[in-house]
Design a binder for this molecule. Structure first.
Ligand code: MN
Length: 447
């Protein structure tokens, strides 16, 4: 697990002025990674690795190519590490051993620091682009995507809609429940989401009909990327889980509840989920998150302890993550009338029943090989309170308690033209606030 060091010093400031704005997601203490094109070049040029700083994106390949980070790597032979920065995805950096990524972080902190020399600033400036001129891409090459179900509040709410007497199934407190999702339909924030069609059996007296989904929903989740994978047949001990995690992003697991209700038994989610999953463009590294680690979920005294392979002292004391999550909606009418996006919920990943380390270790515990760049998501992050419910299914209690929006409109589920905007940020006394950026998507009509 990464330690807090001088790169987390809250007093550090950058010569990139916008990075010193107290509300920015990307101060010098964050330095999240992304893949981008300069707008207009996305059809001709290769995508580039970038680092977000304030309202700018730093082109990593360019500063590596010009030798600006040479002195920060132990091995000063640029030919050895420069190829890492010349890929079409972040996988080489995900795979990079933690120690080298710490050197990269230290080097970037130095170059972007307000104490950098005028010459250095001038050189680095040549590799900076305003983020408003940038088009993002899904940051890693994702071979596989797995979605968990780790909020006990979400699982209890959803369970109680279907099984009021027995909301939580007996495996829940033993097994981090998950399912294999679909990697090919993962899209980056800003991509429109077409309403899926599917089988609906709203009328139990009649056969199902094939129509545009009626109960389209979002799920507010935290995603994390696999750094180093494991060989087929090998597992990942809980004490080593953190070394295999690259960083986190925001995930919207779009869900068609009517399709889901009809198809999910006996094998779980399928077409109700795999039409699209939206992720935020930035990988906030585990290095950057060091100040925001917290203890794992405190179980009720009556709950079983996790089985041995899912538990150790480090995971128990620091395996949790203190990340605030927010969901907003803006309808077509709200956009026309210039009404700001409306806050739907606020939740926090520290309320998850299982830690990301436990999810990863459990996933590989049968010898399943995880691969660099793979995406895992926590499942809908809901808290105890009504205001902390991370999807519409819970917020409107299956559509029975519609929401009223500031435009006077009501919502049971999402309508065409609705835009869902997710945000994430970390705050802790004595540290600089860092953010995860945004994860947004707008619903377009079925075709
Ligand atoms: Mn989900």
């Amino acid at each position: 697990m990464y330690e807090i060091n001088e790169t987390h010093d809250p007093n550090l400031k950058s010569w990139v002025e916008s990075a010193n704005d107290p509300n920015t997601d990307f101060p010098i203490q964050n330095l999240p990674l992304c893949m981008f094109w300069k707008a207009g070049t996305e059809h001709q040029a290769k995508e580039k690795m970038g680092v977000a700083i304030g309202d700018q994106i730093l082109d990593l390949e360019s500063i590596i190519g010009r030798g600006l980070l040479d002195r920060f790597f132990k091995d000063d032979d640029r030919e050895k590490y420069a190829p890492y920065f010349n890929f079409a995805c972040l996988n080489p950096l995900a795979w990079m051993i933690g120690g080298n990524r710490l050197l990269l972080r230290a080097g970037l902190t130095f170059l972007l620091n307000e104490r950098a020399s005028a010459d250095e600033r001038g050189e680095v400036q040549k590799s900076l682009f305003p983020s408003s001129d940038v088009i993002y891409k899904v940051p890693t090459s994702i071979s596989d995507y797995t979605d968990f179900y780790c909020s006990i509040f979400h699982a209890t709410n959803v369970g109680s809609m279907f099984r009021p007497d027995n909301p939580l199934l007996p495996n829940y407190k033993y097994v981090p429940i998950g399912y294999h999702g679909r990697a090919s339909s993962i899209v980056v924030s800003g991509t429109d989401i077409q309403r899926p069609k599917g089988q609906n059996r709203g009328d139990a007296e009649k056969p199902p009909v094939f129509i545009p989904a009626k109960n389209l929903d979002y799920e507010m989740e935290l995603g994390f990327f696999v750094g180093n994978g494991n060989e087929l047949g090998q597992s990942i001990p809980i004490g080593e889980a953190e070394e295999h995690i690259f960083g986190v992003c925001l995930v919207n697991d779009w869900s068609a509840r009517d399709i889901q209700a009809w198809e999910y038994q006996p094998l779980g989610p399928f077409l109700a989920k795999n039409f699209a999953t939206t992720i935020s463009p930035f990988v906030v590294t585990m290095e950057a998150l060091a100040p925001f680690r917290t203890k794992a979920f405190e179980r009720d005294p009556d709950d079983p302890e996790p089985l041995d392979y899912l538990s150790d002292e480090q995971n128990k004391n620091f395996g949790g993550l203190d990340i605030n999550l927010e969901v907003y909606i803006q309808t077509e009418k709200m956009r026309t009338e210039n009404i700001e996006p409306h806050l739907l919920s606020r939740s926090n990943t520290k309320d998850l029943y299982w830690t990301i380390g436990q999810m990863l270790t459990h996933h590989a515990s049968n010898g399943c090989n995880l691969q660099t760049g793979d995406l895992m998501a926590t499942g809908t992050v809901s808290g105890k309170e009504k205001s902390e419910r991370g999807c519409m299914l819970e917020l409107t209690w299956r559509g029975t308690e519609p929401l009223t929006l500031p435009s006077g409109e009501t919502r049971r589920f999402l309508e065409d033209g609705d835009e869902v905007i997710m945000k994430g940020f970390c705050e802790r006394e004595g540290f600089r606030r860092i953010g995860l950026g945004e994860c947004r998507g707008r619903i377009t009509p079925a075709t």
